[in-house]
Design a protein around this ligand. Structure first.
Ligand SMILES: [Ca+2]
Length: 321
């Protein structure tokens, strides 16, 4: 054996060592990759989310939405507005603001009507209740009569040359001359008074329950009554009303929703969700709930506002989907 044989042996050993080292190194790299995702910062929150899904910290995590994370279930759904049950699959309309007008922020709106170019508004609260004629564009009160302090004014409706106004719990309504606002007479009814409108044949009244009452406009007798339901579920707290193209629109007290009701059956045929209508910037002073719907049947304009809201909106409804 000469030097060349020894050299070949050494080279062979070196080659074996190099190949072995290379294989070991590659193996470590594979293991590193295999454990990389499980051990990465991304993977850790996925593992702890099930126990922490209700934690605000977990919800606030800036994770790039891991595909199998249960986070989406934890952040949805938003609570359903109280009273706005639509388990029956009733369509919910959205809205688009067409025009914005000023509204007296001291008006606790309980009744709203559009007639012959002007708004008529009934306001509530004891000592602050009134009937007003209002210029749409400016919000300026053109004419006003105040109720005696003991009365809490509610819904209003126009009928021929008269204006009817309900009161909340006194079970007394007032009838005014439409032009002069002079008080013509009082009338009595058996329930609380909330909303009022008319369909060309009857006055239609709500009382805070799920019932609507149809009154003969001259005798003020209740001639019919219907319970409003969404599917099988009664819809209570019906508030301000407006008759719009064959349907009765009703504010649902303490919600951002309007029910569109079939007058014959009482069924809710659609909801309108007005959430977000009054911008946060307009909530600097105390404002109350959405209330007040008026319809200009000639120009087909729909107006809505709220109690003590500084603005009144003309809106268009947007069908779902
Ligand atoms: Ca109305």
């Amino acid at each position: 054996m000469g030097n060349s044989a020894l050299t070949r042996l050494l080279l062979g050993l070196v080659l074996v060592v190099v190949v072995f080292a290379a294989l070991v190194g590659l193996g470590n790299q594979w293991r590193s990759q295999a454990t990389g995702e499980a051990g990465s910062p991304l993977a850790l929150p996925v593992g702890i989310v099930p126990g922490a899904s209700t934690s605000p910290l977990a919800l606030a995590s800036p994770l790039p939405s891991p595909p199998v994370s249960p986070l989406p279930a934890a952040v949805s759904p938003l609570p359903t507005p109280a009273g706005a049950v639509s388990g029956a699959g009733t369509p919910v309309y959205g809205y688009r603001v067409v025009n914005v007008y000023p509204h007296d922020p001291n008006a606790f709106t309980q009744g709203l009507v559009f007639f012959d170019g002007f708004l008529y508004e009934g306001t509530g609260l004891r000592g602050r209740s009134s009937l007003r004629k209002v210029e749409l564009e400016s919000g300026q009160v053109l004419q006003q009569v105040d109720l005696p302090d003991q009365y809490f004014g509610e819904g209003i409706a126009l009928w021929e040359d008269r204006i009817f106004q309900l009161t909340w719990q006194a079970r007394v309504g007032f009838v005014y001359d439409r032009e002069s606002f002079s008080l013509l007479e009082e009338f009595a009814y058996a329930t609380e008074g909330w909303g009022l409108t008319q369909d060309g044949t009857h006055l239609i009244m709500s009382d805070g329950t799920a019932n609507l009452y149809f009154l003969e406009p001259t005798t003020l007798e209740v001639v019919r009554q219907v319970e409003v339901r969404d599917g099988a579920q009664p819809v209570t707290r019906l508030n301000e009303l407006e008759y719009v193209e064959g349907e009765i629109y009703a504010n649902i007290w303490q919600t951002d929703r309007i029910a569109r009701i079939d007058p014959a059956s009482g069924q809710v045929v659609a909801w309108v969700d007005l959430a977000g209508l009054l911008p946060p910037a307009d909530r600097g002073q105390p404002v109350d709930v959405l209330n007040g719907i008026a319809y200009d049947s000639e120009a087909k304009r729909l107006f809505v506002t709220g109690k003590l809201w500084p603005k009144l909106f003309e809106i268009e409804l947007i069908p779902p989907g």
